[in-house]
Design a protein around this ligand. Sequence first.
Ligand SMILES: Nc1ncnc2c1ncn2[C@@H]1O[C@H](COP(=O)(O)OP(=O)(O)O)[C@@H](O)[C@H]1O
Ligand SMILES: [Mg+2]
Length: 149
Amino acid sequence: MKIVTNSAEETVKLGQQLGRHLKAGDVLGLIGELGSGKTTLVKGIASGLGIKKKEDVSSPSFVLIREYSGKIPLYHFDLYRLDKIKDIAYLGVEEYLFDQGVCVIEWAEKMQMLLPDYLQVDLAVKGENKREIKFSAHAQRYETLLKKL
Ligand SMILES: Nc1ncnc2c1ncn2[C@@H]1O[C@H](COP(=O)(O)OP(=O)(O)O)[C@@H](O)[C@H]1O
Ligand SMILES: [Mg+2]
């Protein structure tokens, strides 16, 4: 499924719609270059999950994983600064991935082989304010989710 957004606000709205349908244990892997809108989408997801302070959702500079508390907790991974796959072992990612929260992972390709079933989201820059956002379901759960969007 492919969607084109024409502003950051549209990407936030798409994230909100997605966020409203997410369940504990869901894992989303975001893949796309710097500026493609990954963090913007996460802001929308946080809002859709009912997390209030969405302004606070930003790219963490010194931590790779941030937790936002809502009805369902949101674990926001940003692996931009992660160089080696073995470094991820020190993050204790399993505790997040198999917890009762939603995990959204920026630069998910850096830990692809460690991911359980996930919804793959590829973002591409198509113009100054245009982004193509492609969803690929790797499990039945995510096919069901995409049908709701
Ligand atoms: N359609 C769009 N969707 C998302 N962001 C957009 C869009 N158009 C312009 N932008 C801008 O592109 C930038 C995306 O940044 P960000 O979400 O931090 O990307 P990433 O996390 O992938 O590096 C923001 O400055 C945002 O305002
Ligand atoms: Mg980002």
